[in-house]
Ligand binder design. Structure first.
Ligand SMILES: NC(=O)C1=CN([C@@H]2O[C@H](COP(=O)(O)OP(=O)(O)OC[C@H]3O[C@@H](n4cnc5c(N)ncnc54)[C@H](OP(=O)(O)O)[C@@H]3O)[C@@H](O)[C@H]2O)C=CC1
Ligand SMILES: O=C1O[C@H](COP(=O)(O)O)[C@@H](O)[C@H](O)[C@H]1O
Length: 490
């Protein structure tokens, strides 16, 4: 029997993301035959009570996506089980080991990272780290390089690297994988993908939500560690990496590590010029009054809820091409995008129009709210103007919608939860879309330098009003270089 154990199976991540993902996989007939799914947490509750909670959570999510059906649920229900365990205690894990037997076991740690080291040690003692076992670790693993290494050493003591799956759910997003297809499945972009043609790159992850009840976790981490250390640096790596020789997990991850190693350290002297910290104060978010972060937390705090950074990659391909990254809570839109800004024309033969010079080409890789890849190109404005006038048009390169054969587009496929892909890959032992130890290590090293530079230079968060695009200093970061952040319009 193969088993998937969800440690923390009654928590927020499991109920909101993991169990709905498993339902969708069940619905599409993609779960391995005979797989058992076992929730494991300390709460003393019966399997029936646990399954009733899972039913409620999964049904609500599936109905919202019009994918609920009782037959799929019956199949999933037959796989589900629950066991009350303290995962840090080997004795407590023994009955779990007896339940799963000697088949393939994938354990997902959906619990606080502060428990990881003790849990993996207990798992080893209980026989849940044998050769047939894999472990999936949620981010953030650690709070800095030192704590990452402490946790990861404990993990390495129990599991070999090929058994460890460090998850970054952004790598499970369809458009992120499509970026690999775009770059390495086409010949036309690669000759342009360098400092000869590209002026700069922007990566934005905007969220409308505030920190709310998550502040006990968030206050210790802030936007730098919660988002930039992982999701944003992973996106940067996929844009900047050299072509891997194949799609083997190590080939891809070798290239990503090289990018991380080439990131220029942020020094104390540079901190104020190349980084911005922000924290939201009361404002209006999605039409409703929103509290400031300090009010949510109930005390003053220096934790940043917004971060913007100019990163430079010191290698031949990217010399002189800044990568601007920004992310924050309580921004005006839930928007995640990567903008590849090409260089302007070396010389224009066209008249200036009311929008100024001919616009340089821009590729926007949109992950949220829509999934799309578009390229803005200039074409002739129709009409009999004496002098030719140009206008920008957007060509959508979206993975889009297959043609149904009658000239109309078929209904778009359901947008999958990123965890669907990653759960399947982890159970199949494919680590291509997971983070290797040395990648996480390099990312922490760079992020530690940023946070040390902040500490030494005394850089505090600038205020921004909830519902705006961060503090003015974030605009200044771009404007100082003669650039600006992308707006949604062409
Ligand atoms: N929630 C989210 O959207 C995201 C979460 N994450 C990460 O996922 C992980 C889990 O987060 P989240 O679901 O929000 O946390 P929750 O606090 O909601 O859930 C934690 C779960 O762990 C269980 N638990 C705690 N101690 C033990 C123990 N000793 N043995 C077994 N189970 C235990 C708890 O249940 P009980 O009290 O019954 O033991 C609970 O089910 C964290 O690493 C977080 O950083 C990452 C990205 C997003
Ligand atoms: O990992 C995290 O990601 C979410 C944002 O994920 P998304 O897929 O909705 O963009 C973020 O809200 C959370 O703070 C962070 O821990």
């Amino acid at each position: 029997m193969a088993a998937l154990i969800l440690f923390g199976g009654g928590g927020d991540l499991a109920m909101r993301m993991l169990l709905p993902s498993l339902y969708f996989l069940e619905h599409d007939g993609l779960l391995p035959e005979g797989l058992k799914i076992i929730g494991a947490a300390r709460s003393e509750e019966s399997a029936d009570d646990y399954i009733a909670k899972v039913h409620e959570a999964v049904k609500a999510r599936a109905e919202a996506d019009q994918a609920w059906d009782e037959t799929s649920w019956s199949r999933m229900k037959a796989r589900l089980d629950y066991l009350a365990v303290d995962a840090t205690s080997p004795d407590s894990l023994k009955p779990l080991k007896d339940k799963v037997g000697d088949g393939e076991v994938t354990s997902f740690l959906a619990v606080s990272p502060s428990l990881y080291a003790r849990i993996v040690t207990a798992m080893k003692a209980a026989g849940l780290a044998d050769k047939n076992c894999r472990i999936v670790l949620e981010k953030p693993v650690g709070r800095d390089l030192k704590s990452f290494l402490e946790i990861d050493d404990a993990v390495a003591h129990a599991f070999s690297e090929d058994q460890v799956f460090r998850i970054d759910h952004y790598l499970g997003k369809e458009t992120v994988q499509n970026l690999i297809a775009l770059r390495f499945g086409n010949t036309i972009f690669e000759p342009l993908w360098n400092n000869l043609s590209i002026d700069h790159v922007q990566i934005t992850i905007g969220e409308t939500v505030g920190v709310g009840d998550r502040w006990p976790y968030y206050d210790e981490y802030g936007a730098l560690r919660d988002m930039l250390q992982n999701h944003m640096l992973q996106l940067l790596c996929l844009v900047a990496m050299e072509p891997p020789s194949d799609l083997d997990p190590d080939s891809v991850r070798n290239e990503k590590v090289k990018v991380l190693r080439s990131l220029r350290p942020v020094t104390v002297d540079e901190a104020e010029r190349v980084t911005v910290r922000g924290q939201y104060v009361a404002g209006v978010s999605e039409g409703k009054p929103a509290k400031g972060y300090d009010e949510e937390r109930g005390a003053e705090s220096d934790t940043e809820t917004f971060v913007a950074v100019r990163a430079d990659i010191d290698n031949w391909r990217w010399a002189g091409v800044p990568f601007f990254m920004r992310t924050g809570k309580r921004l005006p839109e839930k928007r995640t995008e990567i903008v590849i800004q090409f260089k302007p024309l070396p010389h224009s033969i066209f008249d200036r129009d009311d929008r100024g010079e001919v616009q340089a080409n821009r590729m926007v890789i949109e992950l949220q709210p829509e999934e799309d890849i578009s390229l803005t190109v200039m074409n002739k404005r129709p009409g009999l103007d004496r002098r030719m006038q140009l206008q920008p048009i957007k060509m959508s390169l979206s993975w889009g919608v297959p043609n149904s054969g009658d000239g109309k587009s078929a209904a778009p496929p359901r947008r999958r939860i990123a965890y669907e892909r990653l759960l399947l890959d982890a159970m199949a032992g494919d680590s291509t879309l997971f983070v290797r130890r040395d990648e996480a290590e390099q990312a922490w090293k760079w992020v530690d330098e940023v946070s040390e530079a902040w500490a030494e230079s005394g850089l505090k968060p600038d205020e921004y009003v909830a519902g705006t695009w961060g503090p003015d200093s974030a605009d200044m970061l771009m404007m100082r270089t003669g650039r600006d952040w992308n707006t949604t319009d062409v």
